[in-house]
Ligand binder design. Structure first.
Ligand code: SF4
Length: 205
């Protein structure tokens, strides 16, 4: 399953600036911004944001209203103050270093298991499963058959089983892109999907 997906990604994968960095700070902020927004939207504010706040230190000393001016197009107005608070936490509790442990990351304001796993995988070179609602939908349809997984933990362990031997960043980006191009929430576009032959989803519905 993973091989067909990665082959497809080679020619169909999308390029975004947050996929090009291995800086834990940039990954942390980008993944926090990507919640409930689109990759394209976050790409549009990526350079303006990091041109203004290139380090955790500059973000920690920022005025939330100035941060908001940059991320306003994302429509997540309440996240500007949260980003500044998170940066202050990193500055004062971790000497300005983004934590490199699951516990340390998940203790940060606004950071859950998914964002923490992205930072550890892309920024610190560890391998962690990463499951958001898009990835959960793809795994659930392709392996289980239904739109929803049999249990909350199921998708995390399936991700680990299919992904362990592959680059965490490439696999993650490939599933995310598949979830937007083919395995869309309402009407999956199964024609041309690289998983079509093996997929368990009932496409007659
Ligand atoms: S074949 Fe259809 S349902 Fe299955 S993974 Fe591809 S797009 Fe999703």
């Amino acid at each position: 399953m993973a091989s067909a997906l990665l082959e497809w990604f080679d020619t169909n994968g999308r390029r975004y600036p947050f996929r090009e960095t291995s800086d834990p700070y940039r990954i942390l902020v980008s993944e926090m911004l990507l919640r409930q927004t689109t990759s394209r939207q976050v790409s549009a504010v990526y350079h303006p944001f990091f041109d203004s706040y290139s380090t955790i230190n500059t973000l920690a000393h920022a005025d939330g209203s100035e941060v908001l001016k940059i991320i306003k197009p994302l429509g997540i107005h309440n996240r500007a103050e949260g980003l500044v608070m998170m940066a202050r936490q990193v500055l004062y509790s971790h000497q300005g270093e983004v934590p490199g442990t699951m516990d340390g990351l998940m203790a940060l304001r606004g950071v859950g298991r998914y964002v923490a796993s992205c930072v550890l995988s892309f920024g610190y070179g560890r391998w962690y499963p990463m499951v958001d609602s898009n990835i959960q939908r793809v795994l659930s349809r392709a392996i289980h058959g239904g739109d929803r997984p049999p249990s909350p933990k199921w998708a995390w362990s399936e991700y680990e089983i299919i992904g362990r031997d592959h680059s965490s960043r490439t696999l993650h980006s490939a599933i995310i892109d598949l979830s937007h191009i083919h395995c869309r929430p309402k009407r999956p576009l199964c024609n041309g999907c690289p998983l079509a032959l093996a997929c368990a989803h009932d496409r007659t519905q």
